[in-house]
Design a protein around this ligand. Sequence first.
Ligand SMILES: NC(=O)c1ccc[n+]([C@@H]2O[C@H](COP(=O)([O-])OP(=O)(O)OC[C@H]3O[C@@H](n4cnc5c(N)ncnc54)[C@H](O)[C@@H]3O)[C@@H](O)[C@H]2O)c1
Length: 458
Amino acid sequence: MAFEKNILCIGAGYVGGPTMAVIAAKCPQYKVVVVDVDKEKIKAWNSDHLPIYEPGLDELVEKTRNRNLFFSADNAKGIEEAEIIFVSVNTPTKTFGHGAGKAADLQYWEKTAREILAHSKSSKIVVEKSTLPVRTASAMERILNENSKSIHFEVVSNPEFLAEGTAIQDLESPDRVLIGSRESPEGIKARKAIVEIYAHWVPRERIIQSNVWSSELSKLTANAFLAQRISSINSISALCEKTEADIDEVAHAIGMDSRIGPKFLKASVGFGGSCFKKDILNLVYICDSYGLEKVARYWEAVVEINEWQESRFIQNMLENMFSTVAGKRIALFGFAFKANTGDTRESPAIYVAQGLLAEKAEVVITDPKALKNARKDLKDFKKRVIFEADPYKAAKGAHAVAVLTEWDVYRDLDYRRILKSMVQPAFLFDGRNILDHKKLFEMGYNVFAIGKAPLKHF
Ligand SMILES: NC(=O)c1ccc[n+]([C@@H]2O[C@H](COP(=O)([O-])OP(=O)(O)OC[C@H]3O[C@@H](n4cnc5c(N)ncnc54)[C@H](O)[C@@H]3O)[C@@H](O)[C@H]2O)c1
């Protein structure tokens, strides 16, 4: 069957895989190819064990794979055949040289641009799907268009706003899709071609068009605002613990103000994920580089509060467990940075586990989907960490349980059974405020939640 359009996505990660699976499902008349330099990952995408976990993803891939969705390691062929190329490679924080620790590391991005140029024989639309510093499109255009092949590339920005754990739902029914381009006739034509893809399932009023710089900057800004709400409520959680105010009651009261709204007001051990920290630090770097020192410091504080919240959590465990956790078994319930994903990148659980290990605790980690990644994250502590899929076994003989991911399964455990198997006095630290604290206290636990007065029997 001849396809109407050939779409390529470079980068088969948390964004590239799910996004292309949804495009393929919604547009069966398009051929969608996803390539990656990581051959193992491509092998996994072509197997029954996909490289990432997302609710609904397995079913979608099963429906579309080898029909009009293809996973391949042949970048060159993919590039040559495509008319539209989405680039969703990783753009982590730079760890070396100028801007280390803040700026985005664009090496994978630039390599991709050069690869596109090397293998292209016709003009193409290149879509920035990765999150990028504002004005990256200009560098991309320069690399691509200074060629002697008489071909032209139009660079369009189409940042991805999906959240891991709800990626398929977010992609199928997005709040909005943002597409930015140059305001030139060619730019607007390219932008319209991308609009037409999404218009197959997204209502047109939800497809926003803008200039390319606004689009690039909107993604960084959205993540900065989301993370800022978490740091704001977490900062107030610390004040609640000093004043007997209750953070859930405060969040409920302020969230009912329609100007504030209820979302992203859940106090916790801190935010994680591959994006928030790196994108804010990138924003900070960009502001600094334009001499906007005050703006840079304002956003930097969002990350600082998050790190403080994580360290406060460890400190609280230590202080309440008689100032020592050395040799004590501590069960961490959850290692993923949020529920419904196996992703552990920048998970607060990494930081908490490392803090407890530094205090010589015996750490047991349980998680329904993230144990494989947890093993990688803690490979340096191999001999001192136990990975256990069963939460009951993880808690057996433990002095404390700390809930670090808001998985539903942890709400419904038999906590009476767990208590009986623990060392007494038993401590429960709820880093996500998902448990019934009063009930657990009455059962016999000493309960410490975020932004609430402690419930202890001594
Ligand atoms: N993860 C999220 O929730 C999320 C949400 C929105 C936006 N983003 C942004 O999307 C981008 C991708 O994020 P991700 O989480 O999917 O990253 P990821 O690390 O899961 O995937 C990126 C993939 O790109 C591949 N890659 C790198 N260079 C390549 C090349 N030259 N050719 C082919 N493949 C190459 C890597 O091997 C990797 O598999 C980032 O810029 C991120 O900030 C992520």
